[in-house]
Design a protein around this ligand. Structure first.
Ligand code: CP
Length: 317
């Protein structure tokens, strides 16, 4: 793998999942693979799980990690080509990225969407500019439209918990929230479950919350949450803002929050969420603290996803 920004960068998802689970069983088996290598992790936006798990993963491989909170500590970066930089931006990515490319062996970046300009967000302007100018492998720590390390983690978690000899039914359900959130996690989960191809996949959301078909194509989409939940083995809960009339909240019906009453419609489904979660808005306490919740296992698996990806990149550098 030369970069990791999408499921499309992964030639064999099942093999990558197996690799991650092998690291889970033996975290230090490649403890010198990254010796004398350095990863720079750039955060234009906040993070807890992604930052810590990537750092632990790199350390397990013997790599050094340098964290740079660009959003709060660095110069404000400009990403537009031919920009006249008379506003708030101080340094162009075409000047900064090649320097980072000399400091590091791998560059990992977290950028969120603006949720104002759909074309800019969906062109992945920020991460593509880093890829263009850094000259070293780039790993997405969540971008404007996708969160591939989270989605790989989600496939790992489903793979290790589903033991039956049949395809699981996986439901991605929209949930209410107080703020307009990116579509990244939902887009990415859809892209990965479709690319993995080992599940029956249903997406449910209120009208007007349709996601971009480039990610959802292949899934069954319904506005009837109860119908979707029937017989589900996994329920993945996430809020997202509107995609068509970009970045808005339309319906915010609290009845879409998953409760034990709704869970009773499923096949005793395991419940997943990428975190952070707004308790009793997006997901109820009874679900999050109940026996079907996979949230801690899921977040803990972030280390093995990151370790598998860094390992693949180091081997093919
Ligand atoms: N799920 C996730 O990406 O968490 P953080 O935002 O804390 O990294």
């Amino acid at each position: 793998m030369k970069q990791f920004i999408s499921a499309a960068d992964v030639p064999d998802i099942r093999a990558l999942v197996e690799k991650a689970l092998a690291y889970k069983a033996d975290p230090f088996k490649d403890k010198t693979l990254g010796a004398n290598k350095r990863i720079g992790c750039l955060f234009l936006n906040p993070s807890m799980r992604t930052r810590l798990s990537t750092q632990v993963a790199a350390q397990n491989l013997g790599m050094e990690t340098i964290i740079f909170n660009v959003g709060s500590e660095g110069w404000a970066l400009e990403f537009e080509e031919e920009a006249i930089m008379s506003g708030n931006t101080v340094e162009h990515v075409k000047d900064a990225a090649p320097i980072m490319g000399n400091y590091f062996d791998i560059l990992a970046i977290r950028t969120f969407p603006s949720l104002k300009n759909k074309e800019d967000d969906y062109s992945e302007l920020y991460i593509r500019q880093f890829i263009k100018y850094a000259g070293i492998p780039v790993v997405s720590l969540e971008s404007a439209t996708l969160h591939p390390l989270q989605s790989l983690t989600d496939v790992i978690t489903i793979s290790e918990t589903f033991t039956e000899k049949r395809r699981p039914k996986i439901v991605l359900t929209w949930a209410p929230h107080v703020k307009p959130l990116p579509q990244c996690v939902a887009n990415s989960f859809s892209q990965w479950i479709n690319a993995w191809g080992e599940a029956d996949f249903v997406i449910t959301h209120p009208e007007d919350y349709e996601l971009d078909e480039q990610f959802t194509k292949g899934a069954t989409v319904t506005h009837n949450q109860d119908e979707a939940l029937a017989g589900a083995d996994y329920v993945y809960v996430k809020n997202w803002s509107t995609y068509q009339d970009y970045g808005k909240i339309y319906n915010n019906d609290p009845a879409w929050m998953l409760t034990n009453e709704k869970l009773a419609l499923t096949n005793n489904a395991r419940v997943m969420h990428c975190l952070p979660v707004r308790r009793n808005v997006e997901l109820s306490d009874e679900i999050l603290d109940g026996p079907n919740s996979l949230i801690t296992q899921e977040a803990s698996n972030r280390v093995w996803a990151a370790q598998a990806v860094l390992s693949e990149i180091l081997r093919h550098e």
